[in-house]
Design a protein around this ligand. Structure first.
Ligand code: ADP
Ligand code: ADP
Ligand code: MG
Length: 462
């Protein structure tokens, strides 16, 4: 087992990794930017080192600084968390060159899966269904126009290096394509330092269903069931649940097998996620995220498997200690991402100082957060303030538990989307389930109407 792990991240995922390390008896070294000196993960780590100024490019994204600290502190592993350098193949290679274990797949696997356009090609060849669209990146606007003509409008222009919903533009006709191309390219350049784009046919009102994968170094690849992440704003997830509701056993098995095939096609090792779009009974490969995902906790709640612990075991060279037939899904789990943002102002991020905080608790409730009373959420990073997870015997029980959690949750100091999420949990379409990714857009006005009283909702809803 690894002995001393550098946690190259911040926020709740840094805390999550720290907890898994502690439970395995692995030493932890946290890093922090000047803006995070008072952060909880810094207080709780065995050791903590400042790696630079607030700007992520000068701290959490600085490969040199991270490797220097890792070597000086005698670390034998680096956990990248999600975001930041977690899907950076060069960083994975650089760690290997220094003899430090990157807790994730190899640089080569990240490269194959990380370019979304190249991954589509690879998956098609491996027999995994993909949406109609470009084979490889689009070389030019003309190339994109031709592909769009072939597959039919509407299409999406997507960044090959994309993530977090960025660098994606919808395009309804040929006239609109050049402008959408320029916008997507500019955003992709700004976010990922790569302007490479590709074309995908837009699937109308699909569900976002993804499958959790674990693969070890000894040739074992298993999946841990599916998650539904269709409740999104601007292609970014807000509420996730496991398992996805209403999949036939055949469809579920086919998606699980396709995900395993996808992981094997890139020589995958570690925890990963294969994302699909579901359109009726048809599913299409969308992308593979070669890291731990924000919403991994709902899978942990229904399987009882600690995914970060598995990441650490796999990176230490140990074989998986669960077989596919051991994976058993129990009950239903829902996660609400609580962001420092104002849903009424187009979800504008608005972090600040936490003046008062109370988190819900109780049976089947899990909180992943670095917030504490009096702490300051810096404006430089992600607006994710907390994840609230609720587990119930079935979906309705999980929904009811989550409503209770959101009633109890109190945060004073800056706006959050907690009330907005509460409205979603009472919305009849959400309660019915099987919502498409268009749910939020379709119901935005009524979801933003917080004026209805709680007991009125209790009366007319389950
Ligand atoms: P997804 O990318 O499928 O939306 P998550 O919601 O788990 O997956 O994203 C994890 C976090 O990392 C989000 O906060 C997102 O903004 C960020 N992120 C994802 N991919 C990238 C990337 N390539 N570069 C920078 N940040 C990213
Ligand atoms: P990211 O890497 O930013 O997570 P994804 O490729 O996973 O990008 O897409 C993000 C979201 O955009 C999906 O969850 C889905 O809601 C929407 N989306 C992506 N591709 C399509 C498509 N071809 N048709 C319809 N919606 C799509
Ligand atoms: Mg995605």
């Amino acid at each position: 087992m690894l002995k001393r792990v550098l946690i190259a991240n911040r926020g709740e995922i840094a805390l999550r990794v720290l907890r898994a390390c502690r439970e395995l008896g692995v030493d932890t070294v946290a890093v922090y930017s000047e803006a995070d000196a008072e952060a909880l993960h810094v207080h709780l780590a065995g050791e903590a080192v400042c790696i630079g100024p607030a700007r992520a490019a000068d701290s959490y994204l600085s490969q040199d600084a991270l490797l220097t600290v890792a070597k000086a502190a005698g670390c034998d592993g680096i956990h990248p968390g999600y975001g930041f350098l977690s899907e950076n193949a060069d960083f994975a290679d650089a760690c290997a060159e220094e003899g430090i274990t990157f807790i994730g797949p190899s640089g080569s696997a990240i490269r194959k899966a990380g370019s979304k356009s190249a991954a589509r090609d690879l998956m098609r060849k491996a027999g995994v269904p993909v949406t109609p669209g470009s084979a490889g990146p689009a070389a030019s606007v003309e190339d994109a126009l031709q592909t769009a003509e072939e597959v039919g409008y509407p299409v999406l222009l997507k960044a090959s290096a994309g993530g977090g919903g960025r660098g994606i533009r919808r395009c309804d006709n040929a006239e609109a394509l050049p402008a959408a191309w320029a916008e997507a390219k500019a955003e992709a350049m700004a976010c990922f330092s790569s302007g490479e784009l590709y074309v995908e046919k837009l699937v109308e009102r699909p569900r976002h269903i993804e499958v959790q994968i674990l693969a070890d170094r000894h040739g074992n690849t298993i999946h841990l069931g599916d998650r539904d992440c269709s409740i999104q704003r601007r292609n970014q997830k807000l509420i996730e649940e496991a398992p996805a509701q209403g999949l036939t056993p055949e469809l579920r098995a086919a998606m699980g097998e396709a995900a395993v095939k996808a992981a094997q096609a890139v020589g995958y090792e570690g925890a990963g996620t294969v994302e699909f779009l579901l359109d009726g009974g048809h599913f299409y490969f969308m992308e593979m995220n070669t890291r731990i995902q924000v919403e991994h906790g709902v899978t942990e709640m229904v399987t009882g498997v600690d995914l970060v612990r598995q990441q650490l075991r796999i990176a230490s060279g140990l074989p998986l200690d669960i077989a596919q037939e051991d994976v058993c899904i129990q009950g239903h789990a829902i996660e609400c991402r609580i962001n420092a943002e104002n849903p009424a102002a187009d979800f504008l991020p608005c972090p600040g100082k936490v003046e008062f905080l109370h988190f819900p608790g109780g049976t089947g409730v899990r909180i992943d957060s670095c917030l504490y009373n009096g702490c300051i959420m810096p404006p430089y990073y992600d607006s994710l303030a907390a994840k609230i997870l609720a587990h119930g015997a079935n979906r309705l029980e999980a929904i009811r538990k989550m409503r209770r959690c959101l009633e109890e949750f109190t945060l004073e100091g800056f706006p959050t989307n907690a009330d907005f999420s509460y409205e979603i949990l009472y919305h009849p379409a959400f309660v019915r389930g099987r919502c498409s990714t268009a749910f939020l857009e379709d119901h935005l006005p009524e979801l933003l109407d917080f004026s209805r009283r709680v007991h009125e909702k209790e009366a007319d809803s389950v």
